[in-house]
Ligand binder design. Structure first.
Ligand code: ACO
Length: 351
């Protein structure tokens, strides 16, 4: 068996910033309410010409550059997304085409905000068994396109972006040491995004008093999602520590799905650790769904919060309901990374 090491990482956020004040000019909300209830101060919004594929591609190019892996050598591409540009071709196939990654298999994975950790788990299995020697794992979302901008309970929460990691197989111990996937379809009604041809899930409108779902926009029972998220975040950390025979003292950083700062505070309290153990960047990004963990991971590296030899826990939770968690032993020393001065993203793209 090989170890699946994270050897590259990259993120991409669209340029346009939408602040809480901007939103408060169009609907009945305030910067103070959003900050106090969620911890979010602003989010990035894609331009009308942007695509989920484009965001994913930018993150992928940066991750490949850090790994020093030519696109032609990539063997597997998984894109976790709930906001693909098309049902088919998949976002992953489009990324594969733009990269000209001719040796790679490619597919999209749907597990909402847990999608990145789901994809990381699947790619790790493929690398560990030797089925592939490397994989590009991407989370990419255009949440702004699936929001009802009049629904103040949901539209203030989300943002757009993409993040990616490169996994490479090695006999050297480390990398993604263990991971687990979980789901609870019986609670699927509390967080939904309908497809173009779907009938709404009946329970959502009757049980929770939502006047929605509106076709193709997110519907959510915020209080129930909050309770679910807090519970599974705590249980996930406890379970992965038990699986790896470690304690919280062994963990340098937890990089959770970036949904709401109060969820992280509550989980930290229940686990008896400082909230500082949970990395958060949602003040600047909002909730970018499947992109949130890789985007946060990249920012944590940039902030100097991750070093070679550190044990990290990644935890995703979201629609489905789904949740997933992974324990990573970080091996690549940031200081050892050399990106040529002449590096240019286009060098990896199709001529
Ligand atoms: N601005 C001002 N007031 C608002 C807003 C808003 N944007 N949204 C709701 N309110 C009002 C409500 O209408 C309600 O008013 P009322 O008391 O007159 O009825 C009041 O604020 C309190 O509403 P609550 O729903 O109790 O507020 P709560 O403290 O639970 O916060 C929130 C709501 C932020 C949605 C919270 O429940 C939450 O974060 N839940 C988790 C949901 C989540 O993170 N979803 C992301 C997707 S899922 C995922 O990533 C896991």
């Amino acid at each position: 068996m090989n170890y699946a090491h994270i050897t590259g990482w990259g993120s991409y956020l669209p340029e346009q910033i939408l602040t809480n004040e901007d939103i408060a000019r169009t609907i009945d909300t305030t910067d103070a309410w959003i900050r106090q209830r969620t911890g979010i101060g602003q989010r990035r919004i894609a331009a009308s010409r942007d695509t989920t594929t484009g965001l994913a591609l930018q993150a992928a190019l940066r991750a490949l550059a850090v790994a020093g892996l030519p696109a032609a050598d990539v063997e597997l591409i998984i894109v976790a997304t709930s906001t693909p540009d098309y049902m088919f071709p998949s976002t992953a196939c489009q990324v594969q085409g733009h990269l000209n990654a001719t040796r790679a298999g490619a597919f999209d994975l749907s597990a909402a905000c847990s999608g990145f950790v789901y994809a990381l788990h699947m790619a790790t299995q493929a690398v560990a068994t030797g089925s592939v020697s490397n994989a590009l794992v991407i989370g990419a979302e255009m949440m702004s396109r699936v929001l009802d901008w009049q629904d103040r309970e949901t539209c203030v929460l989300f943002g757009d972006g993409a993040g990616a990691v490169v996994l490479q197989g090695s006999s050297r111990p480390g990398g993604v040491l263990t991971s687990k996937l979980r789901s609870d379809g019986l609670q699927s009604d509390i967080l939904c995004l309908s497809a173009a041809n779907s009938n709404p899930i009946p329970a959502l409108s009757s049980e929770n008093g939502h006047a929605r779902p509106v076709q193709n926009t997110i519907s959510m029972n915020g209080r129930r999602v909050f309770r679910f998220a807090t519970r599974v975040l705590v249980e996930s950390v406890q379970d992965i520590l038990a699986m790896a025979n470690l304690t919280l003292d062994d963990i340098s950083l937890i990089v959770p799905h970036q949904a709401n700062f109060r969820i992280l505070e509550s989980a930290a309290k229940q686990l008896g650790v400082s909230p500082e153990l949970f990395y958060t960047n949602l003040e600047d990004t909002g909730n970018t769904s499947a992109a949130s963990i890789p985007v946060a991971l990249c920012k944590a590296v940039e902030d100097g919060r991750i070093h070679s030899g550190d044990h990290l826990i990644l935890v995703g939770f979201g629609g489905g309901l789904t949740w997933a968690y992974a324990l990573v032993e970080w091996q690549k020393d940031v200081a050892s990374i050399y990106i040529p001065a002449t590096y240019h993203a286009a060098a990896f793209a199709r001529a």
